[in-house]
Design a protein around this ligand. Structure first.
Ligand SMILES: NC(=O)c1ccc[n+]([C@@H]2O[C@H](COP(=O)([O-])OP(=O)(O)OC[C@H]3O[C@@H](n4cnc5c(N)ncnc54)[C@H](O)[C@@H]3O)[C@@H](O)[C@H]2O)c1
Ligand SMILES: [Zn+2]
Length: 345
């Protein structure tokens, strides 16, 4: 497996990055959804003449479309337009497009070349880095997928200018996570709300560096890559329970508070650090309204987590701002207490 490569650069320079690969393809495809078609495609077409004859594949936006049925329609479109093993697929969009496009490309004829151009903050700092692709099954997320790397991921923060504010903030959930698990300086930078946009390149660079580092050293998630799951055991459970009303980063925000509470209860961080986490999360996100009756179903969602071992919940815990430890096996009761803690904040 070659090392993943990503560039943080202006779209103007994409063409030269493609040329530098020194490869030729028989067919080139560009995958978009209706929003990235309207907001991102024009600038790609303007600055990347190489793509002028690309076949456009347009999907409906939304997590509910990240399905095998849609992949099936994409595979059929590829076949119908004469795609062969020497085809290239360029995925221009958020995590839904890059996850699904990566999956379609990595399985079509046992794998064709693909490039990611993530256009959401979540995509740029997370989904398009690390080589995980996949789709959802019914109401269970990311159940089918592959580990497969794009030729490269190309990140241009200018695309984020058209991103709805709520989607942008959702991406910040992952950025806060990177700060908490591995980069105190990044965490501190996020306190300066006035300069958030001015600091965006630095924020994206720090985040992708952390993700890339874990992914390169632990591709199959057997060691430190698990740190990236901080906030996600509880967060995913909340997200699955609510399905569409709560965005990923918002759920992860709540999850980070719960898992910081567990870190505190396990004696890993002080109450002051816990409060600092809470303050940071609430500076980006409103509280998600939980009711007493939701705690049990959310706990049940947690117990279905792929990372659990022998029925015990597996958590990454904080040991401070910017440091963390993997593989803490936690009793159900403690996980439930953490939800109650959040519920009572
Ligand atoms: N593979 C991984 O490692 C990984 C990691 C994290 C998340 N994910 C996946 O990523 C997905 C979520 O990604 P997301 O948050 O980017 O959601 P998304 O792809 O649904 O995009 C969010 C919305 O923003 C729109 N959009 C995208 N770019 C835009 C732009 N520049 N301007 C205007 N609108 C734009 C989209 O059309 C969509 O409506 C989930 O399916 C999740 O499972 C994967
Ligand atoms: Zn996440």
């Amino acid at each position: 497996m070659t090392n993943p490569t990503y560039y943080i650069d202006s779209i103007v320079n994409l063409e030269s990055k493609i040329t530098e690969l020194n490869k030729t393809w028989t067919n080139i495809y560009l995958l978009v959804d209706e929003n990235t078609k309207a907001d991102c495609l024009p600038s790609v077409m303007e600055h990347v003449p190489f793509l002028k004859d690309a076949n456009l594949l347009v999907l409906d936006s939304g997590e509910e479309n990240k399905t095998l049925e849609i992949c099936d329609s994409l595979w059929s479109s590829l076949i119908d337009t004469g795609a062969d093993r020497k085809s290239l697929l360029i995925n221009l969009g958020g995590g839904v497009i890059t996850d699904m496009g990566g999956f379609v490309a990595s399985t079509f004829k046992r794998g064709i070349d693909f490039i990611h151009i993530p256009t959401t903050l979540l995509g740029q700092v997370d989904a398009a880095i690390g080589g995980k692709t996949g789709v959802n099954l019914e109401y269970s997320k990311n159940q089918v997928g592959t580990f497969a790397h794009p030729l490269f991921t190309f990140i241009d923060s200018q695309f984020l200018r058209t991103l709805p504010e709520r989607e942008f903030m959702s991406g910040m959930g992952e950025v806060i996570k990177y700060g908490l698990i591995a980069d105190k300086a990044l965490f501190e930078l996020l306190k300066d709300k006035q300069s958030l946009i001015a600091n965006l390149e630095t924020i994206i660079k720090s985040s992708t560096d952390i993700k890339n580092q874990y992914v390169t050293t632990d591709f199959k998630e057997e060691g430190d890559r698990k740190k990236l799951n901080f906030g996600h055991t509880v967060g995913h459970a909340i997200e699955s329970y609510y399905m569409v009303e709560v965005l990923h980063g918002e759920a992860i925000g709540a999850g980070m508070i719960c898992e910081s509470y567990i870190s505190f209860k396990q004696g890993k961080i002080t109450e002051q650090v816990l409060n600092e986490v809470n303050e940071m999360v609430f500076s980006f996100f409103d509280k998600i309204e939980l009711e007493e009756k939701m705690l049990e179903p959310i706990l049940n969602e947690m117990k279905a987590d792929k990372k659990n071992v022998n029925g015990k919940l597996n958590f990454t815990l904080l040991t401070g701002i910017g440091t963390s430890e993997i593989d803490h096996f936690i009793e159900d009761e403690m996980a439930k207490d953490s939800l109650t803690y959040y519920f009572n904040l």
